[in-house]
Design a protein around this ligand. Structure first.
Ligand code: AMP
Length: 136
């Protein structure tokens, strides 16, 4: 995996506003927040995208996400928030080290989402679900 700004933060070469750390996970404030309290949660394991992450690192993040979300809500005053996780440049990933955003929704501040939803065709849904289950 290529060197990223987050590897440098993990090594202590760049500063961050640290909120949480354990042996597998680091959480710190986003430097360009979408709203006050915007938090980033990253694995210490070097992985570009979630599909490359080990079960252990994924579990460590999953274990701490609810607690971090509660802290973000408590301190920001938000009662709503988004957890955003981008994988790949076309999907708006800018830093190629896995990270989860916890973004409080505070009035107009926070994540703006434009859904362009389609409609799942029954036959295609059955085929897709079967193929994905077989790919696991
Ligand atoms: P993404 O588009 O999902 O890859 O988001 C990358 C995020 O990393 C952006 O929200 C940036 O503001 C944030 N970011 C980049 N550099 C730093 C940094 N040095 N400290 C904290 N957050 C950062």
């Amino acid at each position: 995996m290529a060197e990223t700004i987050f590897s440098r933060i993990l090594r202590g070469e760049l500063p961050c506003h640290k909120v949480y750390e354990d042996d597998k996970v680091l959480a710190f404030l986003d430097i360009m927040p979408l709203s006050r309290g915007h938090l980033l949660v990253i694995p210490k394991e070097p992985a570009e995208t979630v599909d490359q992450l080990s079960d252990e690192s994924a579990a460590a993040i999953g274990r701490v996400l609810p607690r971090l979300a509660r802290a973000v809500m408590k301190v920001s005053g938000a009662t709503a928030y988004n957890i955003l996780q981008n994988n790949g440049a076309p999907a708006h990933q800018a830093v190629f080290h896995v990270h989860f955003h916890i973004i409080p929704k505070l009035g107009a501040d926070g994540l703006g989402i434009g859904w362009k939803s389609g409609r799942l065709d029954g036959a295609d849904g059955a085929a897709l679900a079967g193929e994905m289950a077989a790919a696991l």
